[in-house]
Design a binder for this molecule. Sequence first.
Ligand SMILES: Cc1cc2nc3c(=O)[nH]c(=O)nc-3n(C[C@H](O)[C@H](O)[C@H](O)COP(=O)(O)O)c2cc1C
Length: 326
Amino acid sequence: MTRLKDVRIAKLRLNNPLCLAPLLGVNCIAFRLMCHDYGAALVFSPMIHSAGLVKADDAGRASMLEFVKEERPLAIQLIGRDPQVMVESLQYIEPFCDTVDLNFGCPDKDILGQKMGAYFSKHPEQMTRVISAVAGATDKPVTAKIRIGWDSQSLNHVAAAKIVEDAGAAAVVVHGRTTKQGYSGRANWTAIRQVKEKVNIPVIGNGDIWSADDAKRMLDTTKCDMAMAGRGAMGNPYLFRQCVSLIMEGKALPDQTTEQKREMLLEFIRLYGKVQPVKRFTELRQHAMWFCTGAKGAASKRLEISRAGSKEELVRIVKKEFSLKG
Ligand SMILES: Cc1cc2nc3c(=O)[nH]c(=O)nc-3n(C[C@H](O)[C@H](O)[C@H](O)COP(=O)(O)O)c2cc1C
């Protein structure tokens, strides 16, 4: 059975066990707000490069810190490796966030080359300096997002999670894939359960939540404290409503009809226009394409949307395309 108790990350109390993963290039303000609205108890920002934040001028820094108070509870994620720089960057994010998450899982080549992100999956002991410095410098709960190892021959998730706990983190996020896997293959939920069995801080499980059933199964089988949805939520904030309904009330909600998807997308377009300080049409159009997933004739809808040149044209296309059968 899923446990229905409140979830706590140190002093932060959350009203359900569902959160939106950090997604670079996806989690704009409007998307985070909408995921909250549809039920995510906590949303994560995309990673912010701590050295970039510290070095930036005021305008550059403002562009890296697009946050609004309505989107709280919010976790802001930092990536870096120099504890001093990471501590220095805290002052810029603290006014906006409820928790600080540290990225030890990004498999991007450039990031690995800078010995950041998933580089630490090969050298988990090096996380200690970073986590303890950041946790010692802020009142906000500090969490760490890790992978389960560098490759399938060197799984080290339990040892890494213990390092995270011992260094003073308030929770650990476990993405159940190795660095070598990137985003492919199945996420290893057994590894998430093994971490849960061995650490005393809350465990947030991540990987392959595509439906409410998946979220419930992850919570039930791994006993993790929260389930984090990534790609399954792209273009589909409604996933959180389905998850909350199933997990908190035991009620399975049907998938949205194409008409309901159209309304959700139009709502997103309105919200984007209202809350994004800098409106990037290509970003809005890309979201609209993601929102086609699961709709009838998604491929042709996407193609039409990709041709839109303005917001007005986009709205016209969405209204027309989502009213067509098939
Ligand atoms: C487009 C994209 C951007 C991502 N950006 C980040 C990021 O900024 N920080 C991070 O820790 N993980 C990032 N991830 C990884 C996700 O947070 C998550 O761990 C991964 O997608 C696995 O979850 P899923 O199987 O539910 O998608 C990203 C993944 C994708 C697909």
